[in-house]
Design a protein around this ligand. Structure first.
Ligand code: 5GP
Length: 187
């Protein structure tokens, strides 16, 4: 899906398909180099990071294994509480594995920080992260993201895996929605 398909709902485009592609290609080159002699396990957090995982993995030259996890962090409205629960766990035993978490966006940072701690507790040999987007103005905890993507302002964005009410995930760019889209939504 492209911007033209949802033009009426879009306030502005923050990142085009080309800009996303560029950043992911650059990160893939560094990851290829860093994990050259390691058997990397890419772990994506469902559902938002799926597009990023597919794009990143397709640019890697090394052979990467993939796994998925579904997490939820309960809080009021759009605020993450940091109390993360596992909806669906990964299927691989991470003991001794080099895990690279693939994230769509770091907002408070609480989810990623929690997940990194969990993987360390489970005995991973190393735990690093690639996050396509980060909102520094909203970070509540410092998370060491070794492979950062773009920094964006404090705005709710959709596209490239990110949804609003399960919509816009298949938009090929990243955009902010018009306020009218949220009107009437009290959550
Ligand atoms: P954190 O624990 O860092 O506060 O939350 C990260 C999660 O919040 C992301 O994986 C994503 O699901 C959600 N999130 C944070 N900001 C946005 C945003 O601007 N748009 C969308 N669609 N989801 C967001």
């Amino acid at each position: 899906m492209q911007i033209a398909d949802v033009q009426d709902d879009i306030d502005r485009v923050l990142l085009t398909k080309e800009q996303i592609e560029k950043k992911i290609t650059e990160a893939a080159a560094v990851i290829d180099r860093d994990y050259k002699d390691k058997n990397v396990l890419l772990l994506a957090v469902l559902k938002g990071a799926v597009n990023t995982l597919v794009a990143l993995s397709s640019h890697l030259h090394l052979n990467a294994q993939m796994d998925f996890m579904s997490l939820s962090s309960y809080g009021s409205g759009s605020e993450s509480s940091g109390k993360v629960t596992i909806r669906q766990d990964m299927s691989v035993d991470v003991r001794g594995r080099h895990v690279l978490i693939v994230e769509d966006i770091v907002d408070s940072g609480l989810t990623l920080s929690w997940l990194m701690d969990l993987l360390h507790q489970r005995g991973a040999a190393s735990v690093e992260a690639f996050a396509l987007l980060n909102k520094p103005a909203r970070n509540k905890v410092h998370v060491d993201v070794k492979y950062p993507g773009y920094e964006i302002p404090d705005e709710f964005v959709v596209g490239f895996g990110l949804d609003y009410d399960e919509k816009y995930r298949n938009l090929d760019s990243i955009a902010a929605l018009k306020p009218k889209v949220y009107e009437g939504d009290q959550s």
